[in-house]
Each structure stands twice: as structure tokens, then as C-alpha cells.
Design a binder for this molecule. Structure first.
Ligand code: NDP
Length: 421
């Protein structure tokens, strides 16, 4: 039904376990979110308890939770539309055009912080988010399903050149999961770009703050562990929104269609599983020694340094290879005309940015102590995600750069961790 004159590209190579993966993941991952939240809040917090502590059906659904999720989406949409910040162009699309994107995510974060601060001052019971966490997650999961169904249906009206190369296999389940349309927009409002960083990431911070307020309500003051988790994750989200423009060159925006995978990831998975540590700490308080806290702060600082410097170096090199900060780095040419860095951070390992990210993820879990595995869920899952993502990226780079990529791999043999992987 695609209305373009061009014939749509057919996806033949399947990712994420093909149709089987695309059928199982949308069932399995939402249940995982509810399971992890329930384990974190349960007295034993053990993943070995049987039967698993899934929430009772009567606690799944709260109209107020749906109202909060919808209100939050509306607020973030309003902040997205505010004519503040700059406008940036994305990479050149297959039809030769470039889309424009508002770069005002950091302003949206600041406005949200002011509004939440105002709400707290007026007595908004933010600690209540702890009790409401499961109905909130259910509402966010339902919303991501509805959004993905809408995206799948509307993609049949998109022109052929607007479809993602990886999401048009002809199998409805696979294409629903991967996303058919690359950049779905409603009157210029870019749905994928909007969902990527704003409602989920800023929402995650508000949930963390809610957990901190719950600790204050229960114990009179926030613990050092809770403060560390809040501060580390605040730094991570602030960095992402401060550097919002960088997302325009990522795989999610450039390559992946907008379907269930990204909609669920952005709206439900990130806000409700990345902050499990704060939820865990409410129910399972931890004491940190000053030395332990200092070590964890150092680890987070080191991870952040590697993550930020390596990402900035590559972004700067891709934007302007003659810039003084990157002009002296050694590079190898490729047949596409683009060059690959083989010294500096990208000569250290092939994905230094992933290494920094994993170190930070570890620092977020350590304040929760060593008695339970569930607050380590994020670092375990994230390491698997980045190993898989690195593998996908390698395949794409090998297809793009051919022999030059093989030369790069010989020059820089380790993928993420030097001398290990
Ligand atoms: P990357 O920033 O790692 O970009 C990969 C691309 O960089 C390649 O496709 C290639 O593209 C280019 N590239 C690779 N090697 C070189 C080289 N030697 N010289 C020059 N260019 C090179 O992609 P991601 O989107 O995966 O990651 C971005 C950041 O986001 C990372 O820090 C990651 O950890 C983080 N992230 C966080 C997630 C989360 O849930 N918290 C999820 C996913 C990512 P080209 O040559 O076409 O420019």
C-alpha cells in the first residue's frame, strides 16, 4: 500500500532471533519489567523465590497511573514544541533530503525540574511513586503497545524511501517489532526523536527522586547510597540531553525503524528498569563507608570520562576532521571517502564509549551492596546489550567499509575491554 513511486526495499536479513524473537520479546520483556519491579520491592528481593513475586492482578491497574503517564507525555510534547533552543539537521536520507530537529531537550529537562520542584514545594506527594510504580509501568507498557500499533498501521501510507531498510520483511510480527517507518512524523513532530530521550529519560529521574522522597518519608533523610544513585543517573541523563544533537548520528535514528522495539525501550524499559537500584534501596537500605563511597564516585568519574571523551572525539571527527582537536590523529581511508580513526580513544579499543558506559553502570549498582543480584540487573543486561549492539555495528561497518574495516580490526584488535574482549 506504500504510496511512493519507488518499489520498497525488502528486508531479507533478520535480527533479534527473527520472527520467533520478534514474537517472544514483546511478551517476555514487559513481564520482565513487572517481575523485576516486584522482586526489588519484595522483602527477600531474591530472584530465586518461587513462585516469583508477580504483582496481584488488582494492583496492576490504577486510573491515576494512566493519567500521570498521559499527562507526562503531554507535558513533554509541549516542551518539545516550545520554540527554544536550536534546530539541527539530521544526516542525508535516501531521497537526498535532510530532516530538521529541535535541539531543546536540555531546556525540557530544566523546565521539568522547575515544575517538579514547584510541585514539591506545593506539597505534591512524590514519595507516592513508590507505591504506584507497578501501575505506572503497566500504563507505560500499554502506551508503548498502542504507539507501536499506530506506527505499524501508518507505515503503510509512507513512501518507499521513508521505510527503514531493516523493518520491511513482509512478516507483520517482525516488522511490527523492528519498525517499518524510519522517521514517522505528525506535522513535523518527530515521534522517534521525541521518544528517544525525553519522556523516558526525564521520567526516570523523576521516579528516582520519588524513591529518594520515599526514603526521607520512611527514615527521615536520604541515605548516601540513594544520593549517589540519584546523582550518577542525573549526570548521565543531563549529559544525554546536553548532547542531544549527537543522537542524530546514532543507529537508532539513522538505521532503525520506529516500532515496538524502540517505543517500548524508550517509554517503558528505560525508565522502569534503569533505575531499579533506587527502588531496591527504599525497601533494602544500605550503609556505605566513606571509603566505599569515594571508590564508587571515582569509578563513575572514570567511566564518565572515557564515555564522554571518546564520544566527543568521534563526533568532532565526523563533523569536522580538520578541527585542531582531531586533526593530528592517525586515520585510515575507506572507499566511501570517510576515514576511520586508528589512534586516540578509537585506537585504544573499537568501542571505548561502551567501556565507559559499562563502568558507569557498575558504579550505579555498587551502592546497593553485594547481598542481592537484582540491583545489578542493569549492568548485566547493559553489558549484553552493548556486546550485541557492538556486533550489529561491526556487521554494518564491515558492509560499509569492507577491507578498510578489516584493516582497522587488525590495528585495534580488542572490541570493548583491552586484552579481554
Ligand atoms: P557509536 O557512537 O559507538 O557509533 C558507532 C559508529 O561510529 C559506527 O557505525 C561508525 O559509523 C563510527 N565509527 C566506528 N568506529 C570508528 C572509528 N574508528 N573512527 C570513526 N568512526 C567510527 O554508536 P552507538 O549509538 O551504539 O553509541 C553511542 C553512545 O550511546 C555510546 O556511548 C553508548 O554506550 C550509548 N548507548 C547507551 C544506551 C543506553 O541504553 N544507555 C543504548 C545504546 C547506546 P560511521 O563510520 O558511519 O560514522
Amino acid at each position: 500500500m506504500s504510496s511512493g513511486k519507488q518499489k520498497p526495499h525488502r528486508t531479507t536479513e533478520r535480527e533479534f532471533g527473527g520472527v520467533l524473537g520478534a514474537t517472544c520479546i514483546p511478551v517476555f520483556l514487559p513481564l520482565t519489567v513487572l517481575y523485576l519491579l516486584s522482586v526489588c520491592r519484595s522483602p527477600s528481593a531474591s530472584v530465586l523465590q518461587w513462585p516469583p513475586p508477580l504483582p496481584h492482578a488488582s494492583f496492576l491497574w490504577e486510573p491515576v497511573a494512566l493519567a500521570i503517564v498521559l499527562g507526562w507525555m503531554l507535558l513533554q510534547s509541549f516542551l518539545y514544541l516550545l520554540p527554544i533552543g536550536t534546530v539541527s539537521e539530521g544526516l542525508v536520507l535516501r531521497d537526498g533530503s535532510r530532516l530538521k530537529y529541535p535541539v531543546n531537550g536540555f531546556s525540557a529537562l530544566c523546565c521539568s525540574a522547575v515544575l517538579v520542584g514547584l510541585g514539591l514545594w506545593l506539597g505534591m506527594p512524590l514519595a507516592f511513586l513508590f507505591e504506584l510504580i507497578i501501575p505506572l509501568a503497566v500504563a507505560a507498557i500499554a502506551l508503548s503497545y498502542l504507539l507501536a500499533i499506530y506506527l505499524y498501521i501508518r507505515s503503510f501510507w509512507a513512501p518507499a524511501h521513508a521505510l527503514a531498510l531493516g523493518g520491511n520483511s513482509g512478516n507483520p510480527l517482525y516488522d511490527f517489532f523492528m519498525g517499518r517507518e524510519l522517521n514517522p512524523r505528525i506535522a513535523g513532530f518527530d515521534l522517534k526523536y521525541f521518544c528517544e530521550l525525553r519522556p523516558g529519560l526525564i521520567g526516570w529521574l523523576v521516579l528516582n527522586l520519588g524513591m529518594l522522597m520515599k526514603e526521607v518519608e520512611l527514615r527521615g533523610s536520604p541515605s548516601v547510597a540513594m544520593l549517589l544513585v540519584n546523582c550518577f543517573q542525573l549526570l548521565y541523563v543531563t549529559d544525554a540531553l546536553w548532547n542531544e544533537e549527537a543522537i542524530l548520528t546514532t543507529m537508532d535514528i539513522v538505521h532503525d525503524g520506529f516500532g515496538f522495539m524502540l517505543a517500548f525501550g524508550d517509554l517503558a524499559w528505560v525508565p522502569f528498569t534503569y533505575g531499579l537500584q533506587a527502588i531496591f534501596l527504599v525497601a533494602h537500605p544500605q550503609t556505605l563507608s566513606p571509603l566505599g563511597a569515594a571508590g564508587i564516585i571515582l569509578l563513575n568519574g572514570l567511566g564518565y570520562y572515557i564515555f564522554r571523551r571518546s564520544n566527543s572525539q568521534k563526533n568532532q571527527f565526523r563533523r569536522d576532521p580538520n578541527h585542531s582537536s582531531v586533526a593530528n590523529l592517525e586515520t585510515i581511508p575507506t572507499a566511501t571517502g570517510k576515514r576511520l580513526l586508528v589512534s586516540g580513544w578509537w585506537g585504544f579499543v573499537r568501542h571505548p564509549n561502551y567501556l565507559g558506559d559499562i563502568l558507569m553502570a557498575l558504579a550505579w549498582s555498587l551502592p546497593c551492596g553485594f547481598s542481592h543480584i537484582v540491583p545489578y540487573f542493569y549492568v548485566i543486561y547493559f553489558s549484553i546489550l552493548l556486546i550485541h549492539r557492538e556486533d550489529r555495528d561491526e556487521r554494518q561497518c564491515r558492509a560499509k567499509y569492507g577491507l578498510a574495516w578489516d584493516t582497522y580490526c587488525k590495528r585495534v584488535p580488542y572490541r570493548i575491554i583491552p586484552y579481554v574482549y
